[in-house]
Write a protein that binds this ligand. Structure first.
Ligand code: ATP
Ligand code: MG
Length: 414
């Protein structure tokens, strides 16, 4: 991508009403645009980061048999009345709209009801189970407090996966697997060392659900971390009974603020009861399908990663999610242009993503933008280095700068 072709521009300030650090930085660096409280547009750099996060999640979920789908956001009342969740007293974040005909539609805050209904068309026998449909979809929730930028949107991206199993044993096996997969996802996103599998309240079919919580000073949740066991307990279930269950002494735990970046939940037959999703088991009897739901918030993750790694100069993206791997700065005229153009082509041919600052602006402006945008590696081609055949190479994470030969540079970036 050439910076000259990027229609977005960086700016020195963010909207005055934006209080969250992640949104301030992402707006200033041109990744997102703010429409209203808790509602943001993704611009080219922001969409690139979101796509990278989504792709990592997709690869991992596909790896354990997920089947990607895309459901409509528009919700008819019936299915939600059947489960008792149409009421604003039960789901207090509904966005609903009245049509000219007088009927009402809702904008999906989650998708258990329509998907359970849909699966009735396909699940009849034990042979049709298990099934693991999932999607990346925009959810709508009229959150009361949307002051955390991308971390609490009123419109946000969710990865929601649902499991349909024959019995609890089949469910439990998948639940174990997904726990490992989630931890692997947070590793790949650069959050592994600060993210904990966290015991939370379970509902009617399991003693616990599990959240994945990333320790952060801006977190809205309080958790109690056991570093040795690499797990945590959410304050909502923190009591002597849980400590005994987990064989943990209170003195081994440290209280921390954290951001919920995902959760997994045993639904049991709550929705298959309400919406009548049955199958015929091997012995010929009719049974309810046993369900689970598994969420991750790609847009919350984007905001969290932005905020978690940022420094006083701007964003600092982990390589796996960065909008490009290299920020190529060109300083000088003809010779530098030819040289930088050629390097840009070669890096791209090698599959290395490059944001090429080909603008005719002061070097200081290019460097400041490179720092604000937070691409991991900056490479500078300048007049003054062409003769020696060297390149200036800087790592965003520590600011270290080195002069490298072309061979060294390509070895570093490959
Ligand atoms: P929270 O307690 O933070 O409101 P939740 O329990 O309502 O989260 P779920 O309904 O389980 O969350 O949604 C699945 C995932 O979607 C969450 O783990 C989180 O990562 C993400 N998520 C939930 N609400 C939002 C939001 N308003 N903005 C961005 N991401 C969200
Ligand atoms: Mg919520």
């Amino acid at each position: 991508m050439r910076v000259s072709q990027l229609f977005t521009k960086t700016s020195k300030s963010a909207p005055a009403d934006e209080v969250s650090q992640n949104a301030q930085l992402l707006i200033r660096a041109g990744f997102i645009h703010k429409e209203m409280a808790g509602v943001y547009d993704y611009l080219p750099l922001g969409k690139a980061v979101l796509n990278n996060i989504i792709q990592i999640i997709r690869e991992e979920i596909d790896g354990i048999g997920g089947s990607e789908i895309s459901l409509t956001a528009l919700q008819q009342k019936d299915a939600w009345e059947a489960s008792g969740r149409w009421s604003d007293d039960v789901i207090d974040v509904w966005f609903k709209t009245k049509l000219a005909s007088g009927s009402e539609l809702g904008l999906a805050p989650t998708h258990e009801e329509p998907l359970t209904n849909l699966m009735k068309n396909f699940i009849h026998s034990y042979k049709d189970l298990p099934a693991y449909p999932y999607q990346f979809q925009i959810k709508f929730r009229n959150e009361l407090r949307s002051k955390s930028g991308l971390m609490r949107g009123r419109e946000f991206w969710m990865k929601d996966l649902y499991s349909f199993s024959r019995n609890q044993a089949q469910h439990d096996a998948f639940y174990e697997k997904i726990t490992d997969v989630y931890l692997h996802i947070y590793d790949r996103l650069g959050l592994g060392s600060s993210t904990y599998k966290t015991f939370a309240s379970g509902g009617s079919f399991a003693k616990y659900s599990h959240e994945f919580q990333t320790v952060s000073p801006v977190g809205e949740d309080t958790i109690y971390v056991h570093e040795g066991k690499k797990l945590a307990i959410n304050e909502e279930v923190f009591n002597d009974d849980v400590l005994a269950d987990l064989g943990i002494d209170r003195s081994e735990l440290v209280e921390k603020k954290a951001v919920e970046v995902g959760n997994i939940f045993t639904l049991g037959t709550k929705f298959s009861d309400a919406l009548d999703l049955n199958f015929t088991d091997e012995d010929g009897t009719s049974k309810k399908v046993f369900m689970g739901s598994y969420g991750i918030g790609p847009s919350r993750l984007m905001g969290l990663i932005a905020e978690h790694f940022a420094d006083e100069k701007g964003l600092v993206w982990p390589v796996n999610v960065a909008p490009a791997k290299v920020y190529l700065v060109r300083i000088g005229n003809e010779a530098a242009v030819a040289h930088a153009d050629e390097l840009y082509e070669e890096l791209q041919a090698k599959g290395i993503t490059v944001l090429y600052d080909d603008r005719d602006v002061r070097p200081g402006e290019k460097f400041a933008d490179a720092e604000l945008i937070g691409v991991p590696y900056r490479v500078t081609v300048s007049d003054r280095l062409i003769e020696s055949g060297e390149y200036e190479y800087t790592e965003r994470v520590n600011g270290e700068t080195k002069l490298l030969t072309r061979e060294q540079l390509l070895a570093k970036l490959s």
